[in-house]
Design a binder for this molecule. Structure first.
Ligand SMILES: Cc1cc2nc3c(=O)[nH]c(=O)nc-3n(C[C@H](O)[C@H](O)[C@H](O)COP(=O)(O)OP(=O)(O)OC[C@H]3O[C@@H](n4cnc5c(N)ncnc54)[C@H](O)[C@@H]3O)c2cc1C
Length: 275
């Protein structure tokens, strides 16, 4: 059953400072960016919250720029903006690849990277990319700003260290050295929730991050260590199979997820070796 919109309040701050004051003084209020996730809950009648903070007009949070040697992605950057950004395509091509596979054009025009991160679904497609890139989450409140390593941001299924008075304002990415790859495996190529998502960096410090195989996005640290120590790709595949603990659910089986993850690892590793 749909939820009634008339019973809800939308606060519309004019600046980030206003937004942070509203979060502090007028809580509890739920941030609302592109609304592509929130609208689904509204439509299903499961959205219990009544007060929302509309971030969409805060243009400053859309900026994609270099800050020193770090790529800074404003939380409100949409998938379309990420796909079109020469900086993203050059410095973080695996993110452009992920953004291209998210939803359809309408979702790409509205959905934001901050919303994907805050929504905290283990199937969020940008999450393995951010984990593999060693990103930091920039959180702001009226009291100040803090940076949290992306790999420490989630504490459990759909749980994160973000406090209710904080907004995600940006994701920061240090230089990534090595060959980047991304692959999402779902029932079909477009408009499907992922069964397995893998993002890798093949180089001196191999990085392997997976989505949809655990309650949160994971880095496969043992597999990375095996690859760094010179293990064969077959040995690394076995380590990965042993290391991850996916579940059987409506979308897939644990066995399928393990096998696909191992196959993708070999595909990316061997592909990078041939370049
Ligand atoms: C048809 C359809 C297809 C989809 N396909 C995909 C897909 O292929 N892959 C995928 O990963 N996702 C997909 N999604 C999910 C969704 O589009 C993404 O998760 C999107 O990035 C959410 O961003 P948003 O700006 O719309 O978030 P919103 O819906 O506005 O918000 C989502 C959550 O994040 C919080 N939030 C938003 N911004 C901030 C912020 N700056 N700070 C703190 N909290 C914040 C909100 O309070 C809310 O809890 C799909 C959704 C639909 C409806």
């Amino acid at each position: 059953m749909n939820s009634a919109i008339s019973q809800r309040t939308l606060l519309q701050p004019r600046s980030l400072t206003d937004a942070l004051s509203m979060l502090r003084d007028e809580g509890p209020v739920v941030p609302l960016a592109g609304c592509t996730d929130l609208y689904v809950s509204l439509n299903f009648g499961t959205l219990k919250d009544t007060r929302f903070l509309d971030l969409w007009r805060l243009r400053r949070l859309r900026t994609i720029e270099m800050r020193g040697d770090r790529l800074s992605l404003g939380a409100l950057a949409t998938y379309t903006e990420l796909i079109r950004s020469p900086l993203v395509r050059r410095r973080l091509p695996m993110l452009a690849a992920a953004a291209r596979e998210i939803g359809g054009v309408q979702i790409q025009n509205r959905g934001t990277i901050g919303g994907n991160v805050a929504n905290a679904s283990p199937a969020g497609d940008t999450l393995p990319v951010l984990a593999a890139a060693d990103a930091s989450v920039v959180l702001a409140s009226a009291a100040g700003t803090r940076r949290v390593p992306f790999t420490a941001f989630y504490t459990g299924y759909r749980q994160s260290v973000r406090r209710p008075d904080e907004l995600i304002v940006a994701l920061e990415i240090p230089p990534v050295r090595g060959q980047q790859s991304f692959r999402k495996v779902g029932t079909r190529a477009a408009q499907a929730i992922s069964k397995v998502v893998l993002a890798t960096v093949v180089g001196d410090e191999p990085r392997v991050a997976l989505g949809s195989v655990a309650p949160t996005v994971v880095r496969a640290r043992r597999t990375e260590a095996a690859l760094a120590a010179g293990a064969s790709i077959e040995e690394a595949q076995q380590t990965l199979i042993d290391e991850i603990a996916p579940i059987d659910d409506l979308r897939s089986t644990a066995e399928y997820r393990r096998r696909v993850a191992a196959n993708l690892l070999a595909l990316f590793w061997n592909g990078a070796a041939r370049r």
